[in-house]
Design a protein around this ligand. Sequence first.
Ligand SMILES: [Zn+2]
Length: 351
Amino acid sequence: MIQVSRNISRGRFPITLATSSLFATLFADLAATPEFALSWPTPNPAFSNGKGLASFLQRTGPDKPVASGAYGCVRNNGHKFHEGLDLFPIKRDGRGRAEDVVFAAMDGIVRHVSRTSSHSSYGKYLVLEHPAVKPALYTLYGHLAEIDAEIKRGSPVRIAAPLGKMGNTSSGYRIPLDRSHLHFEVGLRLSDQFQGWYDRRSFKTPNRHGNFSGFNLVGFNPLSFYDHYKKKSISSPLAFLKKSLPIVTKIRVRSSFVPDFIKRYPSLSRPLKLHESPKAWDASFAAHGLPVRIEPASGKTPTGKSPYLVLSYDEAADANSRKCRRIISSKGQKLVPAEQLTVYLEILFRP
Ligand SMILES: [Zn+2]
């Protein structure tokens, strides 16, 4: 167990840790209604002090809007999706390198640590899962300069525990030092058997990240989540999903595979009855393709060539997100899952 107090006694992060503990306490105090505790992942107090986006979001360039560091259709004039928040540092050393420590957003378990920058567009990154909350969210911390030596796969971490140092690591594209930031994601994981899907695609590089490849992780808007938490308008992550992530499309899927998604997130499904072995599933997705409910189909199994049948699609609810992440498209008169959603459906239902 990585104890906050152990770090204090070692004196490795005395100042930043004190700051982080303060935030954890601050948020915990606010959490009279919420049944869980959430802590900001960086030492910047701007969000908890109610300051605007410009005081914590890292824009993609000096001439770019502040919102380019936010979640959603914020890149390339709204045509490219950004699946998390980019948070800038508030402390730098003499050479301009970020000194901010990055902290765990909730109590959790270290699931993945990738210390080789060139292995991912996230650079050096780590993923936590949070089994104590419902559903058991993941959080991802990307572009780190270094990851604390104690952060190992399988270790439990406490809320606000230090994880590493903010940086600008990445593969494939260069993040200039003055744009060092934490890429922070919160969301749900599609599959425990992601490798099967990866193997069927002819990718040039091996999957070095197991079930914690970005393909297998679907983030929602962290800022909206923190906002609701701060205002005490949600009691759990489940309440957040229900309140702020309405269903955009519902798809019937012909598959006799029981998706591990429903075992990992029982609050997003219903328990199977004894000897029940569904031949089809109804899967509901929010904007950007976040799966929010999967349960055995309540009607006929699709019999066509495609294993997918679009049961409903709320085009108005999808208006903002479809610009950068189309999940439904039309084929003649018919609605069909678009490429991105097809990938999610394959990962979920075709291990
Ligand atoms: Zn980012």
